[in-house]
Design a protein around this ligand. Structure first.
Ligand code: GCU
Length: 838
């Protein structure tokens, strides 16, 4: 049996290679880490090589900091170019290809030692991790690597949305689904930063060089004396891994912390406040990378609050940073009015970034970088790239992704997002009629920027899985890899991650997880939101479960404009919001015209009747129905395919993933039925295949004989089968009973119930008085996504009891034992013939 694993080491487990592969590696003599210190990236590289080689190959090597001539021929030497030169190893670095900042040269040797040469110390560490990655995947057993590696972008950052929680003891993370903060608790930086150190190790291994440690919705308490010291400790913990830290600022800090009457960026006292604070920060963190700023967005104050331009605000911070080094302002383009009037057909949140920022190009200090979310709205299941990428020429940009799956199942569903990111990175904006891929814009190539690149909202937490789901770590891994080389195919990256995380050599493991991973995004898109309509989750609450109606009728601007005849946003210049025209002419023309708009973005750009025919020949509404059936059907195969890996990976991780995939399969059916029934009710056009609204094997709880249960209307209606469910009116026990109306046979009994916060109700299901299943509604403590307090599309879930013999006419009862606010809610049961999904 394989030893249990927690996930803490993620892809840095250094699992032993098989004896066959091990035997193909010659014994190395020792490791030389050309370093003067003990906590610098090069010495960390030495220790990492030592540990990795011991675990992967079983070779125990010593680490020395000096190279001693001939006996070093079979050593691994790691260091910077200049350290190589100083150590008498000039020959090894004499004719190296050009190395850029953070780049490295790797010569894995032909069994006789290796050279890992960094342009700087960080590069040397990256090289060590690359060597170990190749070794752990068995890729060095029969091949020698001699190669220069250079970054495709200089900015490769992660953003943590960790809260200070000064008023409540939590350690919460905004949109975090992997446990509590590893940085903050109860208003202060944590004393024990060991997880921060481990996080920095993971980040360095994927060549991430910066971490913004706190929520973009920041707090002025970040800068009290205790926290300034704490931020210094965070920087100290991450520095040995070459990860620099930055902080997110609260714009009104001068008022909040220093009691100034204003936070006006042109007010001399405000300017001085930020200068002083910046000086203090640099005193403790001399290599601070800079400030992230969310201002005039979603209720946050900003320069516009004080009658100043966004550039005037950004520049104030930029000037405060300048005297101290190379610090940058990462000014977020996520500025929009969240009280937009939907009745005005010209209004469009997707237009906001260009409207707020395009005309300011040229007005920013040279250390201001505009951080743009990859799409115009907000990390939806599918978006076109933000048009702002085509407007800024003088001001460098950061393309912002989201590793945590806020709108994509919050790590209770698995979605490998690199294929979605690929569609953005490879999109050609055709600036000035020339090829201008988003990845070349962000990488600085198109406009010749030195500093630009990527940031991703990662939101790891203190759960040992980091993100709450072992498989979701493929997203963090892929993000780092794409920052470095945005041309790498998502599938290649996934394969490396699988080999490192689960098995380097077992093809069943590798192929199965690859298939689940590569299918996961299209699958989730199919059962959540199709044709560019966005993820149809509840945008007014937790952004998790289905609630298509929540998109409209409010000021947030994530509208679908669905009525009884048509749906989709008309973003054309001719009749709509004009958003299509924000793109350069060739792209604008493509999106303006319904014929040339790809189907997967049809409803993003066009308002069409439900009966509009797609390029596939299907109508929009039938596509919705079919996609939701196909997607949820495929999600049912994930746990089955995962089951085939039992014993091939350790039980601890296997069980955790099996649990999550089984939950996802059940919730995908909630998605299917909610979305399909919502649109059926809207447009009245039936499903050609007669599935939507017809559930042959289903028995509604409200139609059962109830004792201690009462019938309730569920909001939104489509979150319950038939719009209604039952909840216990009795505080102790409630029973719903029915008789099997179907012929005798083996059944997979599915029970759809609701699991929300406020208690852990228990349930039993009995057939003819015999208990055939029992469970507890405790998913809120096991799944880690943002949980609902209500009976709704977030809390709706399914449990199965398979292969139960049920006689025709048998008495079937579900007994609920309520607990606190959890009134053992029940939606329906399905008595499915084996193999039927419904
Ligand atoms: C989303 C998210 C918020 C976040 C915001 C941002 O709207 O739901 O929690 O604050 O993005 O990026 O600033």
């Amino acid at each position: 049996m394989l030893p249990p694993e927690t996930g803490l080491d993620a892809w840095l487990r250094y699992a032993p290679l098989s004896e066959t592969l091990r035997s193909q590696h010659k014994q190395l003599s020792h490791i030389v880490a050309l370093s003067d210190g003990s906590a610098d990236p090069v010495s960390v590289a030495g220790q990492e090589l030592q540990e990795g080689i011991r675990k992967i190959l079983g070779h125990s090597l010593t680490v020395s900091s000096r190279h001693d001539g001939a006996s070093s021929d079979s050593a691994i030497v790691v260091g910077t170019v200049s350290a190589f030169q100083k150590s008498g190893l000039s020959a090894a670095v004499q004719s190296l290809p050009a190395l850029e900042e953070d780049g490295f040269w790797l010569d894995s040797g032909d069994g006789n030692g290796a050279h890992i040469v960094g342009q700087n110390e960080r590069g040397a560490l990256y090289g060590a991790f690359e060597y170990l990655s190749l070794l752990a995947q068995g890729k060095l057993a029969s091949a020698t690597v001699r190669k220069a590696y250079n970054p495709g972008a200089s900015i490769r950052y992660v953003n943590q949305w960790d809260n200070l929680d000064e008023n409540c003891p939590h350690g919460s993370i905004e949109r975090g689904y992997g446990g509590k903060s590893i940085f903050f608790r109860d208003g202060f930086v944590l004393e024990d930063l060991s997880r921060v150190r481990q996080y920095a190790r993971l980040l360095a291994s994927i060549r991430i060089n910066g971490c913004i440690v706190n929520n973009v919705n920041s707090s002025h308490e970040l800068f009290n004396e205790t926290n300034l010291e704490g931020l210094g400790r965070i920087a100290d913990a991450m520095r040995p891994y070459g990860v620099r830290i930055g902080v997110s600022l609260f714009f009104d800090t001068p008022r909040g912390l220093a009691g100034l009457p204003t936070s006006d960026p042109l007010d001399p006292a405000v300017v001085k406040f930020w200068e002083d604070l910046t000086a203090k920060l640099y005193k403790r963190i001399p290599d601070m990378l800079g400030y992230t700023i969310k201002a005039n967005s979603e209720g946050q104050p900003g320069p516009l609050t004080y009658g100043r331009t966004l550039a005037e605000g950004a520049n104030m911070f930029a000037r405060a940073l300048k005297p101290h080094g190379d610090g940058i302002v990462m000014y977020r383009a996520f500025v929009y009015n969240h009280h937009l009037d939907e009745a005005d057909l010209k209004n469009d949140r997707a237009n906001a970034a260009v409207e707020y920022f395009a005309h300011l190009d040229g007005e920013f200090e040279d250390n201001v970088i505009i951080q743009i979310k990859f799409g115009p709205i907000d990390f939806q299941i599918r978006e076109p790239p933000s048009p702002l990428f085509a407007h800024l020429r003088k001001t460098p940009v950061i393309c912002e992704f989201m590793v945590c799956q806020e709108y994509l199942g919050q790590q209770s569903h698995y979605v490998y997002m690199a294929p979605e990111w690929e569609t953005i990175l490879g999109f050609d904006m055709r600036i000035d009629g020339k090829q201008s891929l988003v990845r070349d814009i962000a990488g600085g190539k198109v406009h010749g920027w030195k500093r630009s690149g990527y940031a991703a909202v990662t939101n790891v937490g203190d759960d040992s899985t980091w993100l709450g789901h072992h498989l979701s770590m493929s997203n963090l891994y892929a993000y780092g890899r794409l920052c470095w080389d945005a041309t790498e195919p998502a599938q290649d990256i996934l394969l490396d991650w699988i080999r490192l995380t689960f098995s380097a050599e077992n093809s069943t493991v590798i192929d199965t997880i690859r298939d689940i991973g590569m299918e996961s995004w299209p699958t989730y898109e199919a059962y959540s939101g199709n044709l560019g309509i966005q993820t149809l989750c509840d945008i007014l609450y937790t952004h998790y479960g289905p609630s298509p109606g929540s998109q409209d009728g409010n000021g947030w601007g994530q509208w679908t404009r669905a009525d009884d005849k048509a749906l989709g946003m008309d973003r054309t210049a001719a009749t709509g919001t004009g958003n299509a025209a924000q793109y350069p002419p060739e792209v604008a023309a493509r999106f303006e015209n319904i014929e040339t708009t790809p189907d997967d973005l049809l409803l993003w750009f066009h308002h069409v009747p439900y009966t509009h025919k797609l390029k596939s020949g299907k109508t929009v509404i039938q596509h919705f129905y079919d996609a939701h059936y196909d997607g949820s059907q495929n999600a049912q195969t994930f746990p089955k395919r995962w089951a085939s890996l039992k014993g091939l990976i350790d039980d601890a991780r296997w069980e955790h993933v099996a649990f999550k995939l089984a939950y996802q399969a059940g919730h995908s059916l909630v998605w299917r039925d909610s979305v399909n029934n919502f649109y059926l009710a809207k447009c009245g056009i039936p499903d050609e295949k007669n599935r939507v609204g017809n559930y042959r094997w289903r028995i509604e709880a409200e139609s059962m004989q109830l004792e201690g249960y009462e019938v309730v209307d569920v909001t939104p209606r489509e979150a319950a089968s038939g719009g209604r469910a039952v909840v216990a009116s009795s505080p102790t026990k409630a029973t719903a009973t029915t008789r099997n109306p179907f012929p005798t046979g083996k059944r997979d009994i599915a029970v759809n119930y609701y699991d929300h916060t406020g208690g852990h109700a228990r349930y039993e299901i009995l057939v003819d008085g015999k208990v055939v299943g029992q469970w507890t509604g405790d998913l809120d403590t096991r799944l880690l996504h943002a949980f609902s307090e209500h009976v709704d599309g977030h809390s709706a879930t399914r449990v199965y009891f398979r292969g139960v013999e049920v006689k025709e006419g048998a008495e079937i009862s579900v007994v609920g034992y309520p607990d606190g606010k959890d009134k053992a809610p029940l939606d329906y049961i399905s008595l499915l013939p084996e193999g039927v999904v419904d």
